[in-house]
Design a protein around this ligand. Sequence first.
Ligand code: CP
Length: 310
Amino acid sequence: MKHIISPLDLTVNELDDLLELAGRIYRDPKRYCKVCDGKKLASLFYEPSTRTRLSFEAAMMNLGGNVLGFSSADSSSVTKGESIADTIKVISYYADICAMRHPKEGAPLVASQFSEIPIINAGDGGHNHPTQTLTDLLTIKEMKGGLNNLTIGVCGDLKFGRTVHSLINAMVRYEGIEFVMISPDELKIPEYLRHETLDNNNISYTETNILEDVLPKLDVLYMTRVQKERFFNEEDYIRLKDTFILDRKKMQYANDDMLVLHPLPRVNEIATEVDSDPRAAYFKQANYGVYLRMALIMTLLNLPEPTKEV
Ligand code: CP
C-alpha cells in the first residue's frame, strides 16, 4: 500500500506513468466512469479548501465511486480531543482511500502510520501540497509538451507558500531546469530548500524583486498569494501582500508562449484583466487537477485501465 505525503514519494518513472494516465483520462474521461464502482473516498479537511476538496470529490464521482467526509475540523470529533491516529483507524473501516488536509505539518504522515488505506496529503500547513504539485506538473507537461529545459519563475510568497516548495522539489528532478525567484526580501525561499534542494542538485537559480526585469526569459511564471494565514503579524502581511501584481502592462514583457500558473485562490496578485490573455492558464490548471486526482486515486487503488469502451 502506497501513501502520497510528499511529491517525492513517487519516482520519476512513477510520476511519468501517473501523468500519462491523467492525460489519457483528460482526453477520454467517459472511458473511466466506472473504474471506482463500489469504492469510497474519505475527504477529511481540517482546514478550508475549495479546489482540492471539491476536485478530489469530483474525481472520485467521475470514476463512479462515492465520497464521505467533513469540510472543517469543527464538524469532526477532533473538537472532542480525538487523535489523528484514532480517527484514521476508524476511517479505514469506512472508506478505501483518504484525502486529508490539516493545518499541522506532518499530520497526514502520522495518519499514514496508523492507516489501513492509502492516505493522500491534501496540504499540511506550510509544508507540502503534493497533489497541487502533481497538477502543476500535468499542466506544464500538457501545455508546454514536456517537463525538461524550462526556465520557471516563482513569484510572491516563497517563504510560506507550500505549493512553491513542493514544485521546486519536484522540478529539480528534470533536465535543464532553471529557477528565477521573485519575492520581497522577507519572503525569500527557506534556507533548507536553498541548500538541500537547489545547491545539492546543482540547480541554477537567480533571485530578484523586480518582476518586469525577468519576465522576458521565463517559460512559466508561477504566481502565488501572500499567505495571510501563516503570518504572525498583520502589519507585515498588509505591507507585503501587494508587492507583485501581474497586470496586462507587465504581460507585455513576457514571451508569447509563457504560461501563467497560480495554484489559486488569488487575492490581488493577478489582475482580472489578465484572465483573457491566452497565456493565463490558472483556471485550466484547476481543471487539470480533477484529471490528475482521478489518475492518482486509480494508481493508489491499483485499478487497471478499463478494458472496453463505456
Ligand atoms: N490550490 C488549492 O489548494 O486551493 P484550495 O485551498 O481551494 O484547495
